[in-house]
Each structure stands twice: as C-alpha cells, then as structure tokens.
Design a protein around this ligand. Structure first.
Ligand code: ADP
Length: 414
C-alpha cells in the first residue's frame, strides 16, 4: 500500500494543501496541490496534480464550509475519494510563530500545542488558524503524527543585535524580541540557490518575499542575518493590509487621543492598513497597478519606496550585496514592481535586463551586472514536506524519507 503525507497551510480564509506520495522504496513525489478559498464567504475547492494539470475546481456548500473545520472536512472527503485505502503517514503544518524555543520543526504533542497557543497574541491573524487545523486533524486522525514547521525558525541564529527590541530588560524577558517570518520561504530559496545561482549562493543575498505579506531577508552564506519583520508580522515593508514599519507614537495616539480599543487597533493594523489603507480600495497589487486613481498610485509608490529603503538598510547590514532575489505572489508575477525596485536599487550595482524581467527568467540582470537579480518561485510546502518526512523517519526508526518535486527553475535536491 502506498504511503501519503499531507501538508497543510491553514489561514483565516483559505486552506492550502499538498499531498505527497511515497511508492514502495521510492522517493516522495508531489501527487496533488490545491486549496479551499473563500472559507465562510463563497468557498471553492481547486486542486492540480504534480504536473500542474487540473484535478478539481468546484464551489462548495457555504453552510458546510463556514470555518476551518468545515474546510478540513471537505478536504478529507476529497482525499478519501481520491486516495481511498491509502495510509496517511503524517501531516505537516505551517505554523507561523515558533517563539524563542522552536528553532526547528517539531513533532506535535499536547505540551508543544500548549506552548504554541501561548504565542497566539504574537500572530493573531495566523497562529489560531494554524493550530485549529492541528486540533481538527488530531480529532479525525488521532494516530497520525503531526509536525509543525515554523516561519520563525530560519531566522534563529541571527546576530544578537538583529534580535534586540530596545525596551527594558524585564519586558524583553517576557519574549519581546525580533523573530522574523516567512522563514519557510527563505529556507526554500536558500536550499535551491546553489543550483539556480551557484556564483552568489554563498555570498551576500537579499531575498524579497513580496506577497500579501511581505518581507526581506538578508542572507550571508544562505543563513539569515537580519530580516524586516520583527516581533510580529507587522514590521518592515508595506503589505496588503498591514502597514509595515510605523512610528509607535501613532499607536499611542490611537489609544490615547482617538479612544480606540485594543481590538480596534489590532483590526486596523492587521486588516485595514498597508496597500488597502493607502488606496482605500484594494489590497491586491494587480488592482492597484491597473488603476489610474491617485491613491492607488500612491499605494504602489509607497510599497516601492518602503521596499527600496529597506533594501538599502539590509545592504548596509551585509556591507554590500551580491544578489537580490524576488519571490512570492508579487515578486514572481509582477515585472513592473521588479523593474521599479531594480531601478531604485541601481546604485547598489543592479543592471536589470528588461527582456529577462518581462519573461520572468530566473536571472533578470545583464551578464555584466555587478549585483545580479533573480526570480525564484518559492515552495514553502516542499520545505514542510521535507521536514515532516525527516522527522517521521526518525520517529519510525527509518532513514529520513526523501521528497521530490518538479520545479520550473531547477531540480530540487532531496
Ligand atoms: P500569500 O501567500 O501571502 O497570501 P501570495 O504570495 O500568494 O500571498 O501573493 C498574493 C499577492 O500577489 C496578491 O495579493 C497580489 O497582490 C499579488 N500578485 C499575484 N499575481 C500578481 C501579478 N501578476 N501582478 C502583481 N501582483 C500580483
């Protein structure tokens, strides 16, 4: 009988999943990738096989899929129909916050779950949904081991100065430090750099993860040296609905002068700011780029301005850079944003090749460019799958399992 591993990335309105299969004595391979979007509003299920061909695309019953549990039930139904009789060897989860203690992926136990729950206030938009999916799987498949992979782990090991929050020690002792996020994405990019861009892989690289959440990571020799997200996923770059770096005096003003409650402020900071706040119309970069409205233009201008500023700051931290890598929704798909960021960072030595950029080739800088620029599609799920396989291999006393998947840019190393 074939063994399967399932990877889950549970968010507030979507449940993304991957199914990896391990035919007897072979490496793991991607069987299906998909998502349930619009949970609670107009749920829709879609999935593709490992070759990118459509397996399913259908709307779901809104009453049945009104929350994460309903979405998981719908996914379980599809898995039963598609892979009936197969053994689920393990479930790997994206968990956004691992706090100071979880410096790597971990097998989930009730004790681990309690520790992760205590971190919910540090990632209120993500962590509760990540953990609800773990609970829901545990109820339905109590004997199947689950693994948590953290967005913060890749950044542990940064120099002490990069982790400091300069507040009194007794406050910092309660866990107030800079953690950094998008670590699974950065870990994937770091894992493929030697294949995709061997000349710069061991050098000084800024990776720009530009999606609805956005951050930069400064890497030296594929290790995180600093990043723009800090204690929570609110710092740094302007994001879809989050402001990025903000004078803390603004937050005081909201409380003291505008009389807002903590819950109001949380909603403003996580859901109403950033591109949506500035434009007043959309958090989606595609809408804003297509719009001629002055506020939509201002939102895009600010996104580029802020990212340019932060690229400069991380370049200073690294003492200059050898490469800039774009990834995630905007980074992978928007030649315009890449072009504007490369032009604004030309002073660093980036000479972009417009044709390569338009085509989204892996290398988008000219051959003589002192600093090279790249587009590398991220694959957080593959990183989760690798860790899940490795940990389950240890649990069962076997060699760590191996995963493989087709990618556009390179053969992924197992
Ligand atoms: P997340 O995983 O954080 O939800 P993604 O990495 O999928 O986000 O990025 C989603 C964002 O990518 C969308 O909100 C949209 O703004 C942006 N995006 C996707 N395609 C394009 C495109 N062709 N041009 C510009 N932006 C795009």
């Amino acid at each position: 009988m074939d063994d399967y591993a399932v990877v889950l990335n549970a968010g507030s309105s979507s449940l993304k999943f991957c199914v990896y299969q391990r035919p007897a004595n072979e490496a793991w391979r991607l069987e299906a990738r998909g998502q349930i979007e619009g949970i609670g509003t107009s749920p829709r299920f879609s999935s593709k096989n490992g070759a990118g061909e459509r397996l399913a695309d259908q709307s779901l019953d809104k009453a049945a899929v009104r929350d994460g549990r309903g979405a998981l039930d719908a996914l379980a139904g599809w898995l039963r129909t598609s892979y009936g009789g197969a053994r689920v060897l393990g479930v790997g989860h994206r968990v956004v916050h691992g706090g100071p203690r979880f410096t790597g992926p971990t097998i989930i136990t009730p004790g681990v779950l309690d520790e992760l729950r205590a971190l919910e206030p540090l990632a209120p938009l993500h962590q509760p949904h990540n953990l609800a999916a773990i609970d829901a799987v545990a109820e339905r498949l109590p004997d199947v081991p689950q693994v948590a992979c953290f967005d913060t782990s890749f950044h542990r090991g940064q120099p002490a100065v990069a982790e400091v929050v300069p507040l009194p020690r007794d406050i910092c002792a309660k866990g107030v430090q800079r953690y950094g996020f998008h670590g699974l994405s950065y870990e994937y990019i770091a894992s493929v750099l030697p294949d995709v861009a061997p000349d710069i892989a061991h050098g000084r690289v800024i990776v720009a993860h530009l999606g609805s959440g956005a951050s930069l990571c400064a890497m030296r020799d594929r290790k995180s040296i600093d990043s723009t997200l800090g204690f929570t996923a609110l710092d740094g770059l302007c994001m879809g609905t989050r402001p990025g770096a903000l004078d803390p005096g603004v937050v005081l003003y909201l409380f003291q002068n505008l009389g807002l409650t903590a819950s109001d402020v949380e909603t403003i900071l996580y859901k109403k700011s950033g591109l949506l706040g500035i434009s007043g119309t959309s958090n989606d970069m595609r809408d804003l780029l297509a719009s001629s409205e002055p506020l939509a233009r201002l939102a895009v201008d600010y996104f580029v301005y802020r990212a340019t500023k932060e690229i400069g700051a991380l370049a200073a931290v690294l003492g200059g850079i050898d490469a800039l890598v774009f990834t995630a929704g905007i980074g992978e798909n928007s030649p315009e944003i890449r072009s504007r960021l490369c032009a604004a960072s030309a002073w660093l030595g980036i000479d972009m090749d417009p044709e390569a950029n338009r085509e989204g080739r892996p290398r988008i800088s000219r051959s003589g460019s002192r600093v090279s620029a790249w587009v590398i599609p991220t694959n957080e799920e593959l990183i989760i799958a690798r860790h899940t396989g490795a940990l389950l291999g240890l649990v069962e006393g076997r060699q760590p399992a191996r995963f493989q998947e087709r990618t556009e840019v390179t053969k992924v190393r197992n």
